[in-house]
Design a protein around this ligand. Structure first.
Ligand code: HEC
Length: 157
């Protein structure tokens, strides 16, 4: 019995070590400074900083990968979050969106923040201070609303 447990433990350790050869591909290309949300829409510093702090680790090419982000299995989870997150919303590639598509993404970003859905819950304990403050969320949402009115994009529900 004890022998079986030892063999089991050794198999687990070997699998864990073996999986470390699997290097994640986060797909982070160099940022084109003209293509970003900042370059395209010039949010003020409060909004810019709040988005950077709370959202950029999954919704931009400027992800700060923590040390455990290179350790399997965390690496695979992180890679999936970045891939999926950027497929929905990518602050580093704003110039390839039409005005309307950009507005729709910003409106849903406001909704996700107001509903406390984003950043994802499991990201928060590892990143204290990542939950946006209420006043930052409201500043962001009213900025989005002002732009929406200016661009004439209809309210999206
Ligand atoms: C830990 C990674 C992570 C962080 C940080 C994060 N997101 Fe996300 N976000 C995702 C993933 C993954 C998805 C893909 C859909 C899902 O799994 O819910 C997503 C989806 C979204 C969507 C699309 C939702 C939909 O269903 O249409 C919006 C909008 C969004 N995020 C906004 C934000 C905003 C705004 C912030 C910062 C306040 C943020 N996210 C922070 C990972 C993240």
């Amino acid at each position: 019995m004890r022998r079986a447990l030892w063999i089991f433990a050794i198999v687990i350790v070997v699998v864990f070590l073996g999986m470390q050869f699997h290097q994640p591909n986060f797909g982070l290309e160099p940022v084109n400074p003209h293509a970003t949300l900042e370059a395209q829409l010039h949010p003020d510093a409060q909004i810019h900083n709040a988005l950077r702090r709370s959202c950029y680790d999954c919704h931009s090419a400027e992800v700060k990968v923590p040390w455990y982000g290179h350790v399997w299995p965390a690496s695979v989870l992180l890679q999936n979050d970045i891939r999926k997150g950027r497929a929905y919303l990518d602050f580093s590639n704003w110039s390839n969106l039409s005005t309307e598509m950009g507005q729709i993404r910003l409106i849903s970003a406001c909704r996700e923040m107001r509903g406390d859905e984003m950043p994802l819950w499991y990201y928060r304990p590892m990143h204290p201070g990542a939950s946006p403050k209420d006043e930052d969320v409201e500043a962001f949402c009213s900025w989005v609303q002002t732009m929406r009115l200016r661009s004439g994009v209809a309210e999206v529900r």
